[in-house]
Write a protein that binds this ligand. Sequence first.
Ligand code: ADP
Ligand code: 5GP
Length: 195
Amino acid sequence: MVSGNAARLTVLSGPSGVGKGTVVAEVRRRHPDVWLSVSVTTRRPRPGEVDGVQYHFVDDDEFDRLIENDGLLEWAEYAGNRYGTPVAPLRERLATGAPALLEIELQGARQVRARDPEAQLVFLAPPSWAALESRLAGRGSEPPAVQERRLALAQAELDASGEFDAIVVNDDVERAADELVSLLTAPSPGLVPGE
Ligand code: ADP
Ligand code: 5GP
């Protein structure tokens, strides 16, 4: 158990390009107090990404060390790079009784569920496959071959959406952010009076 009784851990997943980063940024613009875990990754920074802000960028040896030292709540390989959630800052945050948000891919979401059945899993879905393709291409942050690799994974991710507690369709950023805020602030099932 990671979250204990008081604080809720929410996991946001969804295929690459669906708009997870955009919707989370909108949520934080409105609610700067929403705490988002900063993952470690072996991927190279994109232009404009800053170490310690979007990610902690590490090499393979450092990532191996984090795994060996039980420094990660979960980790996964995704499209040729490794990504993981540092466990210490998350534990610290949840210990204060305040909610926390992870933005991670499907394999990681499953690991979190296995370790913390109370965690709330939210899937961000595209309004259509065509919208997903055009958003990923429109972002322009990966070469076409990498986009193809991410789209190939996206179908399996969409097929797994039924494993999640809630599905939010990102048709409109503001509307999707509203829904995510409601979910983040909803009391955890264990705390609902009368249950
Ligand atoms: P992810 O973090 O899921 O990989 P991003 O947040 O980087 O996705 O979004 C991918 C692209 O889609 C970006 O160019 C973003 O501006 C665009 N986008 C996000 N949400 C929407 C939306 N609701 N409608 C149209 N475009 C969107
Ligand atoms: P990107 O390279 O586009 O930043 O992220 C690729 C994928 O890795 C996204 O689906 C993102 O949610 C996921 N991801 C980011 N951080 C983590 C993490 O700590 N663990 C896992 N399992 N996935 C992550």
